[in-house]
Write a protein that binds this ligand. Structure first.
Ligand SMILES: [Zn+2]
Ligand SMILES: [Zn+2]
Length: 652
């Protein structure tokens, strides 16, 4: 018999070789139907985490802790989607005989398979046929059968079928570690895990086709990447399609264009956003908003250059870690002199700390900068404003004594929660990333300091009433951190806001302060960015609000529209009064119908429209529309007061 420990801590004895499926069935038939895979962690395994995910029919041979994984578990979904990629491959074999396969992993939303169609073309028009075949095969209730195979046999098999990509993968594997999985007539080289059988796959949708180089190497074959998603219920697919439609409407790249906020130019370079005048206004407002709050918290502004000597990044360790995959050093006419575009602001800030002797009385020292950094993301990874090669971090670094760490952490949490509240991100969770307690040697800094920092983060998070998940082994090698995940208006998760403790840079830059007793001490550094970056935050905010930004942030807060040219003079006068009151307003007196002008302005998502005609001119009033709805007619000075009150409400 073996002991199986459940997540609630309870322990039950089972026959050696019991499977996840049998365990689930012994609990309830319903659970057996819902469970997709099982995470197994042998009692002898002292690493952190849930262990290894097993197929439900794979025997468990020793005392273990298990987690039965269902659709609601990320890992459950992964198994489901990865299994669906095998199902798609089987369908593709039927429809495109002789198709060769690369890899077919699960991804964040669904799965893909890279295939070589041997010169044949595939388009969206083929999707329904493939989906139909997948569902037919799924209904056959094909088991996913796992089989250990020797390297020689595996090579022989795939040489016979002509799968050169699989042969290449096998060559990289060690003998004794190779497994096949077969469903129906499709046999794949795969590590697993998979579903028990295909029957649970009730709905599939192929979503996109893209080109993908074999092994990401542009000198190798170009394969066709087919994306799809699948669900255990038809209704889930329907919901997903509605969400997808809504997400498309909210896509920040589309909104950015309609609202004239930013653009890209291939001549300027991939992933280098160009902020248009309206976007630049929005940026300034975001910065102003944060600057004001940071002033209240005692931050000091600094400004540093966009480049730094290579030496700086050798000192910081960034060069050794990222140098090869970054923008390469910039050479100067001076032989041997090299500079780098800055990938991070921290090294510059460390040098500012070092620029004069520091005493414990100077701490915490909080240096803040909207610092633009440059990172060479792969071109395939670039996406709108969420993945770019140049972006501006709302960065700040605190230099603190160990005793100040917790208090400072709480202040940063307060600031981040303030940001979430103002932007109406009401649903968020926080992840505390700590050391792997069983592998302490891979972290820099003393045990004592780590314990102090980890406890400080946990206590600070608890005292602020945050809903947190603690992840062991997820800390950076240089310190523990706290990351915030927000849910947007349509339920998608985004990572926003991060606070990170760092023992490494103060060490590398030999930072020190004089303590009360006259001794030299090393400060601790905290990195934090509530927005993450202006670019990414803008993208998330546009998708969250569908482009309906708060009044205070809208590039054009008000458009003044005369019903006809006759009232243009009055419109300009009203606009002048608004501008004098620091309101961003402009007149649209183009020679177009009012209806047409309103439709065009609605694309810009100007929140407030002021319409003036004969009656308004006579009474000294304006007719106001807020987000498309009538907000009444007011005297101009009352309107200004109303507008200011609305803005104040948003920022309260
Ligand atoms: Zn597989
Ligand atoms: Zn930093």
């Amino acid at each position: 018999m073996i002991d199986i420990t459940f997540p609630d801590g309870s322990v039950r004895a089972f026959e050696k070789g019991v499977t996840g499926y049998e365990i689930a069935k012994s609990i309830s038939p319903r659970l057996a139907e819902e469970v997709l895979a099982v995470a197994v962690k042998p009692a002898t395994d002292t690493t952190v985490g849930k262990g290894v995910t097993y197929d439900l029919d794979r025997p468990i041979e020793e005392d273990s802790s298990i987690v039965l994984l269902k659709w609601d578990d990320d890992e459950g979904k992964r198994v489901f989607w990865h299994s669906s990629s095998h199902l798609m491959a089987e369908a593709l074999e039927d429809i495109f005989p002789g198709v060769k396969f690369g890899i077919g992993p699960a991804i964040e939303n669904g799965f893909y398979y890279d295939v070589d169609l041997g010169g044949r073309q595939i388009t969206d028009a083929d999707f329904p046929k493939i989906e139909k075949r997948m569902l037919e095969l799924a209904r056959e209730k094909q088991d996913f059968v796992r089989q250990d195979v020797s390297k020689a046999d595996a090579l022989k098999h795939f040489e016979q079928t002509g799968d050169k990509y699989k042969c290449e993968l096998i060559n990289d594997l060690a003998d004794g570690t190779i497994t096949y999985y077969t469903n129906g007539h499709f046999t794949d080289l795969c590590r697993g895990p998979h579903l028990r059988n295909t029957e649970v796959i009730k709905a599939v949708k192929l979503t996109a086709i893209a080109g993908a180089y074999w092994r990401g190497d542009e000198k190798r074959e170009q394969l066709t990447r087919i994306y799809g998603i699948s669900f255990p219920k038809k209704s889930m697919l329907d919901e997903y399609l509605v969400l997808l439609e809504e997400a498309k409407k909210r896509d920040h790249r589309k909104l950015g264009k309609e609202m004239e906020l930013f653009t890209f130019s291939s001549r300027v370079g991939l992933g280098l956003p160009l902020w248009l005048p309206r976007g630049a206004v929005m940026r300034y407002e975001l910065e102003k908003f944060l600057r004001k709050k940071q002033n209240e918290y005692g931050y000091l502004p600094v400004v540093t250059p966009h480049i730094g000597s290579k030496e700086l990044y050798v000192t910081s360790g960034h060069y050794a870690k990222y140098g090869k995959d970054s923008f390469q050093p910039i050479h100067t006419p001076q032989e041997g002199e090299e500079y780098m575009l800055k990938p991070m602001n921290c090294p510059h800030h460390c040098e500012i700390f070092r620029s004069e002797p520091r005493s414990y009385k100077d701490l915490p020292l909080r240096l803040a900068e909207f610092g633009t950094v440059y990172r060479y993301e792969q071109s395939g990874e670039l996406h709108g404003l969420t993945r770019v090669r140049s972006f501006t971090q709302d960065d700040a670094h605190m230099f603190v004594t160990p005793d100040q760490l917790k208090g400072e952490f709480e202040k940063v949490i307060d600031l981040i929660l303030y940001v979430f509240r103002i932007f109406k991100f009401d649903k968020y969770t926080a992840q505390v990333s700590l050391r792997d307690p069983d592998n302490r040697s891979k972290y820099i800094g003393s045990d004592e300091n780590w314990e102090k920092a980890e406890n400080a983060i946990i206590e600070a998070a608890n005292e602020k009433g945050l809903k947190t998940v603690v992840e062991y082994g997820e800390a950076a090698f240089y310190g523990p951190k706290l990351d915030f995940m927000v849910k947007d208006a349509i339920g998608r998760k985004w990572q926003l806001g991060t606070i990170q403790v760092d023992y490494n840079l103060p060490e590398r830059f030999q930072l020190e302060y004089t303590d009360a007793d006259g001794s030299k001490k090393r400060p601790i550094m905290i990195h934090r960015a509530p927005f993450g970056s202006i670019e990414r935050f803008t993208a998330v905010l546009l998708e969250h609000t569908s482009g309906h930004l708060p009044l205070w942030l809208s590039p054009d807060q008000i458009k003044v529209l005369p019903v006809s040219e006759k009232y243009a003079e009055y419109a300009k006068k009203v606009c002048g009064l608004l501008n004098n009151s620091d309101i961003r307003a402009s007149v649209d007196d183009r020679n177009e119908t009012l209806g047409k002008r309103i439709r065009e302005i609605s694309l810009l998502r100007v929140p407030v429209l002021v319409i003036v005609g004969e009656k308004e001119v006579a009474d000294g009033t304006v007719s106001v529309r807020r987000d498309g709805a009538d907000a009444g007619t007011m005297k101009v000075e009352d309107f200004i007061a109303w507008f200011k009150a609305e803005v104040a409400k948003e920022l309260a």
